[in-house]
Structure formats: structure tokens, C-alpha cells
Design a protein around this ligand. Structure first.
Ligand code: URC
Length: 325
């Protein structure tokens, strides 16, 4: 029998690009007209600062000689990619990071005929208006001063490919929120799991539950991620508000069931989505003092030691109408 040539059916992995392209675009188009949901008072984004940390990778057979023979004649310097992204941030007329990723990808295809694929992702850098004293004695959001939010941030990923008729198509698109840390001090449990010779964990009927969450979602129509039709756009802020509302409402028997219940609510509120994906991390505090003299309810906790448990779960609209919660 003849041995198969290497990579007869698969193509090699080859791409290159630039990461950590920090873009701060001021006075981008405000995002208005999103769908209102009961879990959230969020109405949109003013986009006084649209901050993004972008990673771009280019694909194309034309880049092969740069690897194999050192021929750079078709290499777009990654430094130029950075300049390209920054320049187009000034040209962008839309209101979302997803829209910007798509816009930049298309411009890359237009500018460089030998680029066959673009994989571009972004982490949004949220800036929150600070409150300043108002003339009436209250407080009002400052028009010019912002505080950078350090924790959770919206993310987006887009892969586009040049098609045979020299148009472009979306190969993959997802949006999400990363780094959401939520704690509920009481009203969660975890019991009923397998007890055997490896079990040391005591059952918990009212535990403080601390979770780190990543939530990602995909649209039925990837173009809805652009935000051109805001009523079809899913704001990461609203997804966060759903997650925290469900956490507050649920007496959860496990993180597994909690993420399932959050997922059902997200899919119910946003029928334009085809998939919701979770990665959760259990950071439940360890109890140091179960009772303290000065308080009827107070306890003292400390951070858990590694290793940490995690759950990964994806859901589709088919999950609506099944299970509980
Ligand atoms: O919500 C939880 N799910 C688990 O699967 C698990 N396992 C564990 O030790 N603690 C927890 N908590």
C-alpha cells in the first residue's frame, strides 16, 4: 500500500497578523433603537469613546513563499495592518465593534487582491461616564470624563472569506461577554451528587456562590451582528443584565442549572440568536467563620484554593420548551 502524501485532503495552517491593536475612536455613531427587555434599563451606547483591542490575521496561498523562500514581495507588514485598522477607525460610520470588524475585513479584501481570508476579533474596552454634580444639586453623567471599567468586556470574532465571484462571505461570527464575576451571598445550593470513597465535599443547602462567566452568542443571520438594524442587535450589557437577574431570581441547585436557565432567558428574549455558549468557573468562597458574635447572619469567607471547577455548555432555540426554569 502506498503511503498517503502529507495533507492530501487538508490544507496547511497558515496565517499571520497583528494583535493588541488598541483603537480609541471618539464620537462614533450612537447605538440607539435596541429592543428593550424587562431585565434591563439599558437603552443603548452613546459611543463617546468606542475603545477596542483588536487582533487581525490574514490568510491566503500567496503568503506561502514568505514562509518557504523568504520572498516578502506579497507580504503586508503587520505594522501596515495596524495602520490600516487605525486609519479605518476614522472612516467607520457604524455604532458597534462587530460592524467595525466586518467593515475592516471588507476593506482588506478590497485593498489587497491576494488576501483570501480575514480572521479578526475584538475586545471592547468599556468606558463609563463619571457622575458630576449638577446645577440642581443632584448628579449628572459627565459629557467628557469617563472611568475605564476593568472587569467584564464585550468580545466579537469574525472570519470572512473571499468567494469565487470575488465577493465576501461570513465563515464564522460570534459575539460575547467575558470576565463577568457574579456573587450571590445566599440562596444557592449544591447537593445530591455522587458520594463515594473520593467524596470529601460537604453538601451545601445555602452556599455563597461566586462564578466567573463567559457568554457567547451567534446570530441566525450573521449580518445582524453589525448593528445596522439596532433592533436585531444583542447588546452585551443586556445579556449581563439577564444573567444577573436570573441569578437573583433562581435558587440554583448547581452552576450547571444556573447557566441553563440564563441561556433559556437569553434565547427567549432574543429570537434572532441561533446559539448561546457558556464557560463558567466556580470561585465559591471557602467559609472561615460560620457564625460571628456581632451578627445574626454574617459569616467570614476567603477565596477558594485552586484547582477550580468549570462548566462548558451550548444551547440553541430547541432548548426552549424543554427542562425547567
Ligand atoms: O455548581 C456546582 N457544580 C458542580 O459540578 C460542582 N462540583 C463541586 O465540587 N462543586 C460544584 N458546584
Amino acid at each position: 500500500m502506498k503511503t498517503k502524501p502529507l495533507r492530501e485532503t487538508t490544507t496547511r495552517t497558515m496565517y499571520y497578523g497583528k494583535g493588541d491593536v488598541f483603537v480609541y475612536r471618539t464620537y462614533a455613531k450612537p447605538l440607539k433603537g435596541i429592543k428593550q427587555i424587562p431585565e434591563s434599563a439599558f437603552f443603548g451606547r452613546k459611543n463617546t469613546i468606542l475603545g477596542m483591542d483588536i487582533r487581525i490575521a490574514l490568510k491566503g496561498e500567496a503568503f506561502l513563499p514568505s514562509f518557504t523562500t523568504g520572498d516578502n514581495s506579497l507580504v503586508i507588514a503587520t505594522d501596515s495592518m495596524k495602520n490600516f485598522i487605525l486609519y479605518h477607525a476614522g472612516e467607520y460610520e457604524g455604532a458597534t465593534m462587530e460592524g467595525f470588524l466586518e467593515y475592516v475585513s471588507k476593506e482588506f479584501f478590497k485593498q489587497y487582491a491576494h488576501v483570501q481570508g480575514v480572521v479578526i476579533s475584538g475586545r471592547q474596552l468599556p468606558f463609563i461616564e463619571v457622575d458630576v454634580p449638577a446645577e440642581d444639586g443632584g448628579f449628572k453623567p459627565s459629557a467628557t470624563v469617563f472611568r475605564q471599567r476593568q472587569l467584564e468586556y464585550p468580545v466579537a470574532l469574525l472570519e470572512m472569506a473571499r468567494t469565487e465571484d470575488d465577493d465576501y462571505e461570513i465563515v464564522e461570527q460570534s459575539s460575547g461577554i467575558e470576565g463577568l464575576h457574579l456573587v450571590k451571598v445566599r440562596g444557592s445550593s449544591f447537593h445530591g451528587y455522587i458520594k463515594d470513597e473520593f467524596t470529601t465535599l460537604p453538601e451545601a443547602f445555602d452556599r455563597p456562590l461566586f462564578i466567573y462567566l463567559t457568554i457567547r452568542w451567534r446570530y441566525k443571520n450573521g449580518k445582524d451582528a453589525r448593528g445596522k438594524y439596532p433592533v436585531n442587535y444583542v447588546c452585551a450589557e443586556q445579556v449581563v443584565h439577564i444573567a444577573q437577574t436570573v441569578f437573583a431570581e433562581e435558587n440554583s441547585p448547581s452552576i450547571q442549572h444556573l447557566v441553563y436557565t440564563i441561556g433559556k432567558r437569553i434565547l427567549d428574549r432574543f429570537p434572532q440568536l441561533t446559539e448561546v455558549m457558556f464557560e463558567s468557573n466556580n470561585r465559591t468562597w471557602e467559609t472561615v467563620l460560620d457564625e460571628i458574635p456581632s451578627s445574626l447572619e454574617g459569616k467570614v469567607f476567603t477565596d477558594p484554593q485552586p484547582p477550580y471547577g468549570f462548566q462548558v455548555f451550548s444551547m440553541t432555540p430547541e432548548d426552549l420548551g424543554t427542562g425547567e426554569g
